[in-house]
Design a protein around this ligand. Structure first.
Ligand SMILES: [Zn+2]
Length: 84
C-alpha cells in the first residue's frame, strides 16, 4: 500500500509542483552584523520576575551588536518613560 501511494504521488504533477525539496533550508539562523558602534542595538525586557523587597521586578537588557556587549538593568516598571 505504501509503495503504491508513493508511486501515485510521484506520478501526480500537482504533488510534484508543490513538493518541497529535502535540502530546503528553513529557519537557519543568520548572523546579525553591525558595522558602526551604535548602528544596531537590541532591547529585551524580562518581565514579572519575583519582586525584590525594593520593588524591582523587571530586567531590561540593552545589547550593542557592534561590540557584542549586553548591559542589564533592574527596573520597577517597563513604561516608556523608564526605558528612556
Ligand atoms: Zn497529487
Amino acid at each position: 500500500m505504501r509503495k503504491e501511494v508513493s508511486k501515485w504521488i510521484k506520478m501526480c504533477t500537482m504533488c510534484q509542483k508543490h513538493r518541497k525539496g529535502k535540502d530546503e533550508k528553513k529557519g537557519l539562523l543568520k548572523l546579525i552584523e553591525a558595522y558602526l558602534l551604535f548602528e544596531l542595538m537590541g532591547i529585551d525586557i524580562l518581565m514579572n520576575l519575583n519582586e525584590m523587597p525594593n520593588g524591582y521586578k523587571h530586567i531590561i537588557i540593552l545589547t550593542n551588536y557592534y561590540i557584542k556587549w549586553p548591559e542589564a538593568f533592574a527596573v520597577k516598571d517597563h513604561l516608556a518613560k523608564t526605558l528612556v
